[in-house]
Structures are given as C-alpha cells and as structure tokens.
Design a protein around this ligand. Structure first.
Ligand code: AMP
Ligand code: MG
Length: 309
C-alpha cells in the first residue's frame, strides 16, 4: 500500500453498493460501471449509453477466484486466466451464478463474459466492492471509447455518481474476447492479447466459433462524427490524415511516428476524438500492419469506417 489517498476508490465502491453508476479506469478503456447483480443499475447503463439490450456486458472481478464464482471454467479457461490475468483478456464461459450477474447483463444468455482488469485502481474498487461489476466502455453507444478520464466524463459523466481518475489508458483498445465453451476456444473480438499469444497457450483457435459472433459485434462502433476512410495512401480534399510510420503525414496527428503498434493502439481513440474536434471533411488513416496487435487496431478502424460484421 502506498500513502496515496484511497478515497475515490472507497467512494466508488460505496456508490456501486448503493446501486449507482461509476466511471472506472482500466488499462484498456474507461468503463461505466454498475453492480452486475442489480438489474436496475444495469438497466441504467444501457440507458446512459443508448446501448441495444441484445449486447451483453463484461463482468469485472478482483481475481480469478471471483471469476470462478460466477463462471464455470474448463482447463482452457484456467490456462488463459493464469497466463493473462490480471490483464486485457475477457473469457466467455458458461454462467455459474445467475444472480451475481443478472439476466440483463448477460442479455439472457447461458454464458457470461468475465475479466480481471490489469489496472491496480480498478482492482482496488472491485476488491472493496466484493462483487462483479459490469463496465462497458464509458462512451455513448457507437462512439469512440474514452481513454482519458476527461473523455469519459464528456461521454457519460452525467450518469455517474462517482469516478476514479486513473490517468490515460495504457492499452487504449478494448479487451480481447475469447469464448471457452464446449471444449473449444474461439476469438470473438481481437484485442491487445493477440491471436498469436493465445495460441501459444491453448494451441490453434477454433475458427468455426468466429462465425457465431458476439452479439455486440453487429452494431456500428467506435465512429467519430467525421466519416472515416482506412488504408489510405492518397488523401481526398479536406481530409485529415492519421499517419503510421516515419514520414507519413503530420507527426502531430500520427498514430505512431515510429510505426509501433502498441503506441498506435494507445493513441487510436484519442486521435480519432482530437481529429473530430477539427471538423475535417473526413478522417483518413494510413495502412496499419495486420499481424499481432494490428488485428485489433484494424478491427476497430474498419468498424469506425462503417464496415460491420
Ligand atoms: P463492450 O462492453 O462494449 O466492451 O463489449 C463487450 C463485448 O463482449 C461485446 O462484443 C459482447 O457481445 C461480448 N460479450 C459479452 N458477453 C458475451 C457472451 N455471453 N457471449 C458472447 N459475447 C459476449
Ligand atoms: Mg464499447
């Protein structure tokens, strides 16, 4: 324990227990959090975000033991939890405790999505609260995810009773979502835990599972107001270019001047927001390599550009 004041975490944990919403910092993006067992509080999240009710939420817990209280883990799930938690990996597994994560939070499914976040201050809130906390990205539905406390305040701060400012998010894209159901492991949403890293732990992923998408993957996502074009090598009039790599576009707007994928992920949503404030005719983005973390960055960009599913 440091001598830092833990008042914000304590106030957030109390607000959760009172059925109120909070802004929760995580290493991926800022979340809008609620007690997962409280259907009224969970309904308030869907309301504040304008999120369709068929899109289930991720439950955040303080540790792997907390995850196994709400979900049924097989050997694959345990290995993945062991390898990547705390961290930006969400596991979708059969639900064990239907009260701890209410029906609305699961969109009525028999499975539950669960994660132990890497951000120490998020885990402190979860530890003080004791139960599972649903915390989708704190943006209004369809918009870029907030990666700073101020961006989270601007998006859904109106709905939150308390918030913890945990600084800028280190990862910057949402968690990797993997399903561990029926003995098979499949990638539902790419993230900063890469396909390659997952396969090093559990072997080849089940490609068939990727067809039966996560319900939330069907909606328009991550989009700023300006139209977005991706894989751009020549600009249209009035477009602002988000470059990648040395000498590509204005360094001020680059996702990573050195061509570093981690840096590009951390900058992605912040640059989209900043670019949008300039009210350009459009936002153009340079080609980004597809391998490793590039899979997640390209996934978010193609959805921001309106290529869905
Ligand atoms: P978000 O909260 O916006 O980061 O999105 C959570 C993601 O997890 C969405 O893509 C959901 O569809 C997915 N998800 C949550 N619960 C489940 C579940 N039980 N089965 C499949 N996907 C899920
Ligand atoms: Mg989201």
């Amino acid at each position: 324990m440091t001598d830092r004041d833990h008042g914000a975490e304590e106030a957030a944990a109390r607000a959760l227990a009172d059925g109120k919403l909070i802004l929760l910092p995580t290493e991926t993006v800022y979340g809008l959090g609620a007690d997962a067992s409280n259907a009224k509080a969970v309904a308030a999240i869907f309301e504040a975000k304008g999120r369709p009710r068929f899109n289930p939420l991720i439950s955040h817990v303080a540790d792997a033991a907390g995850a196994e209280r709400i979900a049924l883990f097989d050997d694959h799930a345990r290995k993945l939890a062991e390898a990547f938690w705390p961290g930006p990996l969400t596991l979708v597994a059969p639900v064990r405790d239907r009260q701890a994560v209410c029906d609305l939070a699961r969109a009525g499914l028999d499975s539950v999505a669960v994660r132990v976040p890497g951000h120490a201050r998020a885990r402190e809130v979860l530890d003080l609260f004791g139960g599972a906390v649903v915390a989708p990205s704190a943006n209004r539905s369809g918009r870029p995810s907030p990666t700073t406390f101020q961006d989270a305040m601007d998006e859904t701060g109106f709905a939150a009773a308390e918030g913890v400012d945990g600084g800028p998010c280190a990862v910057g894209v949402e968690s990797t979502v993997v399903s561990v159901l029926g003995g098979k492991v499949s990638l539902l949403r790419p993230g900063s835990v890469t396909r390659e890293e997952l396969e090093a732990v559990v072997g080849p992923l089940d490609a068939g599972g990727e067809g039966h998408r996560s319900p939330g993957r069907l909606t328009l996502h991550y989009a700023p107001d300006a139209p977005v074009r991706i894989n751009v090598t020549s600009l249209h009039k009035g477009e602002l270019l988000l470059g990648f790599g040395p000498g590509v576009g204005d360094a001020r707007w680059s996702l990573s001047p050195t061509g570093d994928l981690r840096e590009a992920a951390a900058n992605l949503f912040r640059r989209l927001r900043e670019a949008d404030r300039e009210k350009p005719a459009g936002i153009a983005v340079s080609p980004i390599p597809k391998a490793g973390l590039g899979e997640a960055i390209n996934d978010r960009l193609s959805r921001a550009a309106g290529h869905i599913g």
